[in-house]
Design a protein around this ligand. Sequence first.
Ligand code: ATP
Length: 224
Amino acid sequence: MKKQFAVIGLGRFGGSICKALSAEGMDVLAIDMDEHKVNELAPIVTQAVIADGTDEKALKSLGIRNFDQVVVAIGDDIQASILTTLILDDMGVKNIIAKAQNDYHAKVLAKIGADEIVHPERDIGVRIAHNVVSENVLDYLELSDEYSIVELVAGPTINNKSIVDLDLRTRYGCNILAIKRGEEIKVSPYPEEKILTQDVLIVIGADKDINRLENRWIDEEGNA
Ligand code: ATP
């Protein structure tokens, strides 16, 4: 059976989640207090309803308990976001994903029953900062406080070196998950695989090791 999602709060974040899920062919119930926001999304989602997330009765009548995942994407009104999450947890919603405005908000959401907390503004900030600071880094995904996955562009001096030659695992504690070469992507590349200039390497590791790697990516002798 198709998974059923509900999204409460249709700002930029909630709205894009609705669009992305609908594009994947999922069933989406979109909820907002603001009629304009609801009307905007109505043509895209399965059902769009004007309702207040803090109104327990309204949520009950929508059968919110039966949804596989409910996303609380209320932003500025932290009180409404907390109250909505609390009500959903109380009603027995299986999986609640809540958007946090800051770390305190996140802590409260975790305590009152959010199963997953997202910090879109903070995450995008970290991502942009990382991309701006390091010219080799194309993209960046934080897995936890300590670990990340990054996309690094291979410079000319490591051209034609194999993964064994580079020995990133021993020297930097990092692993190459995949190599992107134009349209082609080699997942779990063999140790003998040669890296070419302009290849994009998808590397996983501890942040401190990735930072070392980025800083020494290409030294004067051309050693990675
Ligand atoms: P974004 O960055 O995603 O645009 P934001 O941080 O600016 O969001 P808001 O615009 O404050 O967040 O809230 C997102 C949406 O949540 C708005 O469309 C707002 O109408 C809706 N919203 C706020 N409170 C409630 C509530 N109690 N019930 C339902 N929707 C709500």
